[in-house]
Design a protein around this ligand. Structure first.
Ligand SMILES: Nc1ncnc2c1ncn2[C@@H]1O[C@H](COP(=O)(O)OP(=O)(O)OP(=O)(O)O)[C@@H](O)[C@H]1O
Ligand SMILES: [Mg+2]
Length: 375
């Protein structure tokens, strides 16, 4: 039996896992499974009810019949800080050791309570007036509050699983896109990968597989649209959710002819009255993504690091991105191509596994955790 890797995506609407057989050039998807989570178990990307999460993971393992209990997991919530920093250059081994001391003043929590990691962006010489040029390492620092990470690891352990790796979700998505890493980036073009979840939006801007900018926006996602519909009509959550999925944005309603007849002709150009609420809430979501990308652009230009690395394409993943018409809405607003991320584009996928009920969004994060990861 070849050694396999399992990637685990713990989201607020469900848990999903996929198992991969690593190959020399390409990984192969072996199996995958998903189990929904009741509301309130995971919120804004963080564990709220560890015991309930353990229960769901047990169910996931008995359904998925995965060949290993070792898992890698992805994290995106308010307890992770990602920030670009310039630190004094040192050989990699020393650099890692010195990192704790170098960054302690920048963290919102004590360095002893943090898990630290970094991505090297570039090495450059900085000339300050009247001083010798200084070699600096420009990094993306990732600092995660340890107790937040432990809540995931403990819930997994409760289900008999051993966590062998934890990664920031946006980084995993960049790897799902470029599992082998492309040629060293020229810096000329950047691509944004945006995961629209239930109540977290994660954004990664990368060029050729090298992350440039990362932002996790907790409390924003598809659920904000459901909540807007629920409030407007005083419905239950389930009613609002069903209506949201059903009506989508104008021109994208999944109405059949008889229903269309019943609600048309409408003078306001909507397929259904509830679309007005969906448009309003979806626009707020889109604006959040737009301002995040504006922020990236402003930073990239101001620091002169990669002034030409404009975002030339946006790839969407996460089930929240399935809202009818959302891809078009974001595309119009950004004026760059917006497409769905095909996380299995570079993964061998047996035919029997190809038809996923929810498209590819449930394997994107697990794939990113496993393909191209160092073993
Ligand atoms: N067909 C659909 N049309 C519109 N929205 C959808 C559709 N299917 C799912 N959603 C929405 O997608 C969101 C869930 O997305 P996803 O499953 O990626 O989130 P999650 O990973 O569980 O949560 P998070 O990443 O926020 O922790 C929900 O808000 C849900 O309403
Ligand atoms: Mg998610």
């Amino acid at each position: 039996m070849p050694r396999t890797l399992v990637g685990l995506d713990i989201g607020s609407s469900g848990v999903r896992a996929a198992e991969f057989v690593p190959g020399r050039r390409r990984s192969t998807l072996r199996r995958h499974a998903a189990v929904p989570l009741p509301q309130g178990v995971v919120r804004a990307g963080a564990v709220v009810d560890g015991e309930a999460l353990t229960g769901a993971l047990r169910t996931l393992w008995s359904q998925g019949k995965f060949g290993t209990k070792n898992v890698r997991l992805a994290i995106a919530n308010a307890g992770v800080l990602v920030r670009q920093m310039d630190l004094d250059w040192m050989p990699p081994g020393d650099f890692r050791q010195a990192l704790r001391y170098q960054v302690q003043d920048f963290l919102p929590f004590a360095v002893d309570d943090a898990n630290l990691d970094y991505h090297l962006l570039e090495e450059l010489d900085v000339a300050e007036e009247g001083k010798e040029p200084r070699k600096v390492a420009r990094i993306l620092l990732v600092a995660a509050a340890r107790d937040m990470v432990d809540a995931f690891v403990d819930a997994a352990r409760g289900a008999g699983l051993r966590t062998t790796g934890v990664d920031l979700l946006p980084f995993a998505l960049v790897r799902a896109r470029t599992p082998l890493g492309l040629a060293p980036s020229t810096g000329a073009e950047a691509e944004a990968i945006v995961d629209i979840g239930a109540d977290v939006v994660s954004v990664a801007v990368h060029s050729g597989g090298v992350p440039r900018y990362v932002r996790v926006i907790p409390g924003v996602g598809g659920d904000s649209i459901t909540e807007a519909v629920r409030q407007r009509y005083d419905w239950t959550w389930e009613e609002a959710e069903r209506t949201k999925v059903f009506v989508g944005l104008p021109g994208h309603a999944h109405l059949d002819e008889s229903q269309l007849h019943a609600v048309s002709p409408r003078s306001d150009g909507l397929d259904h009255a509830a679309q007005k609420v969906v448009v309003f809430a979806a626009t707020a979501l889109v604006e959040e993504i737009v301002s995040t990308l504006d922020f990236y652009r402003a930073g990239a230009v101001a620091e002169g690091a990669e002034p030409t690395a404009a975002v030339s394409r946006v790839l969407l993943t996460g089930a929240g991105a399935r809202l009818g018409g959302l891809v078009d809405l974001l595309g119009q607003r950004l004026d760059v191509p917006v497409e769905r991320l095909d996380a299995l584009a570079r993964v061998r996928t047996p035919r029997r596994l190809r038809a996923l009920p929810d498209g590819l969004s449930s394997v994107a994060v697990p794939a990113g955790l496993c393909v191209g990861a160092s073993r």
